[in-house]
Design a protein around this ligand. Structure first.
Ligand code: C2O
Ligand code: CU
Length: 433
């Protein structure tokens, strides 16, 4: 995919700021129509869906081990359900209509209640007609703080997203467009970052929690003005922090950075015609007493070690789509010759078993493959176990192995997080006994 500046509307993305933080639970999350200033102030507001009056919805922030208790109140005119992306929780709370719960019909509520086992950067989003409801705004950040968070001056959430706008500044209405579904999904013509804080001081140490909430766009991000390291991917701490480069984010992926501020912080993407700035954190003043200790990694989240010899060796082949992606499934996309959810799962595991799954992309498009309820290791080129993720980007014609300990009982979705792709068949599920 070659990005060009002209891919996007000519208007500059003014930084937008997250509305507020909801610290305590229980909380009611009311899904409802909202009017949001997606485009810069000089342009009209956009009719969207939101939570408690805004999109993105409020940032839910709690401590590791606390209980999140959310009354989801659906005041939209479509059935919905809320999914807590990346969190290893009780299956009944996973928010997948047809697999873990019924649709929450308009005018009704559903109680979500779960303990957050692992600290990290997560998000919540509608899992009903997600290609439409996420695009229209039903999502927000979910942050679980460490018991002893690393010392920083500011902990800042940065959501990157894109939207497809029509000339009047409203969302283009063709959410179920089959042409989009069979290609790269619904790519927007306007992109920006929504940041939880407008300014920092020079010399501040900050934590940036990047979240890609787009329905289809892969963001090749760059963050300038800081010096630091990547400390976590998809909420899971890295054993060794990595340098800040290659910030390629597939839909639903997260990256945590800890860094010191040298200059105004700019979140941008490089295009064929130069950088396109998605958002900025301004400099205001100077930190006279900066944190000078070396930045170290986060404490590791205790997760089960995969067995050296996996109990299952499986292959999941991505098939279909435009440009020659033939397959035997009934919809545009499929896995292993089948589209959409079947009565029998892709695989059954006994609790605690290790599986190695070879993800084969036989299509002409990249896919961000997401497993619910678990994190898996990406297997590196040299065969070693790489970082733990819940969503892995597999480029066109690429093959990637993942290794997962299936230790969370229930029925878990496994799907492409390009939401139009999963709407058009690229999804399956696994059963953990
Ligand atoms: Cu973030 Cu099945 O989704
Ligand atoms: Cu896909």
């Amino acid at each position: 995919m070659i990005l060009t500046r002209r891919t996007f509307l000519a208007t500059t993305a003014a930084s937008a700021f997250l509305p507020r933080v909801a610290l305590a639970t229980p909380i009611t999350l009311r899904a409802e129509p909202v009017s949001a200033q997606i485009l810069p102030e000089t342009e009209p507001a956009t009719r969207m869906l939101g939570l408690n009056g805004s999109t993105p919805g409020p940032e839910l922030r709690l401590r590791q081990g606390e209980t999140l208790s959310v009354l989801f109140d659906n005041q939209t005119d479509q059935g919905s359900a809320m999914h807590w992306h990346g969190i290893r929780i009780d299956n009944a709370m996973d928010g997948v209509p047809g697999l873990t719960q019924d649709l929450v019909e308009p005018g009704t509520t559903f109680d979500y209640n779960f303990v957050t086992p692992d600290p990290g950067t997560y998000w919540y989003h509608s899992h009903a007609r997600s290609w439409e409801q996420v695009e229209r705004g039903l999502y927000g950040p979910l942050i679980v703080e460490e018991t002893n968070p690393p010392p920083v001056d500011h902990d800042i959430t940065v959501i990157v997203d894109d939207w497809r706008m029509d000339r009047s500044g409203q969302l283009a209405g063709d959410f179920g467009n089959r042409h989009d579904f069979s290609h790269g999904g619904r790519l927007g013509n306007f992109a920006r970052a929504v940041i939880s804080r407008p300014s920092v001081r020079q010399g501040d140490r900050i934590r940036l929690r990047l979240i890609n909430t787009a329905t289809a766009r892969i963001f090749p991000l760059e963050v300038t003005g800081i010096e630091g390291v990547i400390v976590a991917l998809d909420g899971m701490p890295l054993p060794d922090p990595m340098p800040i480069s290659d910030l390629v984010m597939a839909p639903a992926q997260r990256i945590d950075i800890i860094a010191d501020v040298a200059d105004p912080v700019s979140i941008l993407i490089q295009t064929g015609e130069g950088p396109y700035e998605l958002g900025q954190i301004a400099l205001e003043g100077m930190n006279a007493d900066p944190i000078i200790n070396e930045i170290v990694g986060l404490p590791m989240t205790p997760t089960a070690m995969p067995a050296p010899t996996p109990d299952h060796a499986l292959t999941l082949t991505m098939e279909g789509g435009a440009m020659g992606g033939r397959h035997s499934g009934e919809d545009l996309w499929g896995f292993n010759g089948q589209s959409n959810l079947t009565d029998t799962p892709f695989a059954r595991f006994d609790r605690g078993q290790t599986a190695r799954i070879t993800l084969v992309n036989e299509t002409a498009f990249p896919h961000g493959i997401h497993l619910h309820g678990h994190h898996f290791h990406e297997v590196a080129a040299d065969g070693s176990l790489g970082p733990q993720r819940d969503t892995t980007l597999v480029n066109a014609r690429e093959t990637r192995d993942i290794v997962c300990v299936f230790d969370n009982p229930g029925q878990w979705l496994l799907h492409c997080h390009m939401l139009g792709h999963q709407a058009a068949g690229m999804k399956t599920w696994v059963q953990v006994a």
